[in-house]
Design a binder for this molecule. Structure first.
Ligand code: SF4
Ligand code: SF4
Length: 439
């Protein structure tokens, strides 16, 4: 069977974020495949752990992706201070001439796709264009492991993620997809309550507060963090947008520090959060400035978590305005000329400084891997864990399913991903876009 067909059948999607179906991403031609092992979110350790423990599988996945797009070169990007991961990758690469390592300093957001591509190829991907338009494809290292599994007809049924934050002992675990997030907290010795603590799904910079602690683990979830509700990160994130606009009106001095430190602005994409703050505080949308720049915001949160000295959240305002624009049918246009800032490298924010600024230094700890530690009695598997249309259910209540069997297929002629049972058992409920399986 064709490699891309195997990847499609296995339900592989981008494991590092948006969940774009990998079989579509690899249905193109490109000269370079970039393996993204930069893991830029503080406190998360999944990519680092995988590079350390599964370097050979990453190389298999990378070579497969390279074959799929006919790439002559594979570049694995990671941070130079991940010493054990770097050594494991070097061993796995061995004498291969077509794969090399690209080691980076620890800065945020090192894993931003556009920034990685610029570092490696010298090209900035224009708005409305894809990496393949500058002859490359970027695949997260966790996705590469899933590609290696797909070659052996093993579908995506487990997920690696870090459980950390204000816990006794952060860990990185491999768990069946669909397991409730709350069940995993006990692996860290966490004993707090939902009244006193907030759960963040994802990393501290780009993650979201989740009030439903039984939210199921998905194919794209890389972290579950808990912090006291009084932690500044939680307090700041909990302020509703309407109040944010009022705060902007009262406090934003238009210093433009958020724009000057914006990594997408430094790439020459004209992202100007201070103008969006001006528009939010005055209620005058004409002050947004370059709409294309607004749409080029990656949502990295650096403007909020590092640049602004007044505790404002320009990134939240950017996301809100961007969502409104896209809903209204505004689409990005490719820039005719992109000139990256000559001081780009100097503007990079060391992750340790960001962590300190966010009040996270005490939680920036190793999160060693503990594998196969949970066997859930029940899982709730969403049919939408990817970009595109939700998968169509292929089972009915009462059906018996084996781990790895197909329970959701891609709707005809749609962008989507297949979904598989993560445990063996009986289908007990199909509701709210999810399938519940009891062991
Ligand atoms: S949001 Fe903060 S950093 Fe940006 S212009 Fe206003 S005060 Fe300055
Ligand atoms: S979130 Fe802020 S710093 Fe990040 S790209 Fe958007 S405007 Fe720039």
């Amino acid at each position: 069977m064709d490699i891309v067909e195997k990847i499609k059948n296995a339900g592989v999607v981008g494991a590092g974020g948006a969940g774009f179906p990998t079989h579509i991403k690899l249905s193109c031609k490109a000269a370079v495949v970039i393996a993204n092992g930069a893991e830029c979110e503080p406190l998360l350790r999944v990519d680092q752990t995988l590079m350390q423990m599964q370097a050979e599988r990453i190389i298999v996945g990378l070579e497969t992706a390279m074959a799929a797009v006919s790439a002559k070169l594979g570049v694995i990007t990671t941070k130079s201070h991940y010493h054990e991961a770097v050594e494991a990758l070097k061993r796995a690469i061995g004498a291969k001439k077509n794969i090399r390592l690209h080691l980076m300093k620890s800065y945020y957001p090192a894993g931003d796709e556009k920034s990685l591509i610029y570092d490696i190829t010298g090209h900035v991907v224009p708005s409305a264009k894809l990496p393949q338009d500058v002859n490359c494809v970027v695949v997260n290292v966790a996705t590469l492991v899933n590609i290696a599994d797909a070659l052996e007809d093993q579908p995506v049924v487990d997920k690696y993620l870090t459980i950390g934050g204000d816990v006794e002992k952060p860990v990185t675990v491999r768990v069946p997809i669909g397991i409730p997030a709350k069940q995993l907290l006990k692996l860290t010795g966490f004993k707090g309550s939902e009244q006193d603590y907030a759960m963040i799904i994802g990393g501290p910079c780009m993650g979201r507060i989740e009030e439903n602690w039984n939210v199921p683990v998905t194919k794209t979830m890389s972290g579950i963090l808990v912090f006291k509700r009084s932690h500044p990160l939680v307090v700041q994130q909990s302020i509703p947008l309407s109040k944010q606009a009022k705060l902007a009106q009262a406090v934003c001095c238009q210093c433009s520090q958020c724009t000057q430190m914006c990594p997408r602005n430094a790439l020459g994409l004209n992202v100007q959060p201070h103008k969006v703050m001006r528009a939010a505080s005055t209620g005058d949308a004409r002050l947004i400035g370059d709409v294309n720049g607004l749409l080029a915001c990656s949502g990295c949160g650096l403007c909020t978590n590092y640049a602004c000295n007044f505790g404002l959240r320009p990134s939240a305002m950017m996301t809100a305005f961007k969502t409104k624009m896209l809903k209204a049918g505004v689409r990005p246009q490719a820039e005719k000329r992109i000139i990256p800032d000559s001081a780009l490298a100097l503007k990079r924010v060391p992750t340790a400084r960001l962590v300190a600024r966010m009040g996270l230094s005490d939680y920036d700890l190793p999160a060693p891997l503990i594998d196969n530690v949970v066997s859930p009695k029940s899982v709730t598997i969403p049919m939408q864990m990817h970009a595109g249309k939700p998968a169509e259910t292929t089972v009915a209540v009462g059906d018996t399913v084996a781990r790895g069997s197909l329970i959701g297929r891609i709707p005809e002629n749609a962008i989507g991903a297949a979904v598989h049972a993560s445990i063996s058992g009986t289908v007990t409920k199909i509701a709210n876009g999810c399938i519940e399986i009891k062991a």
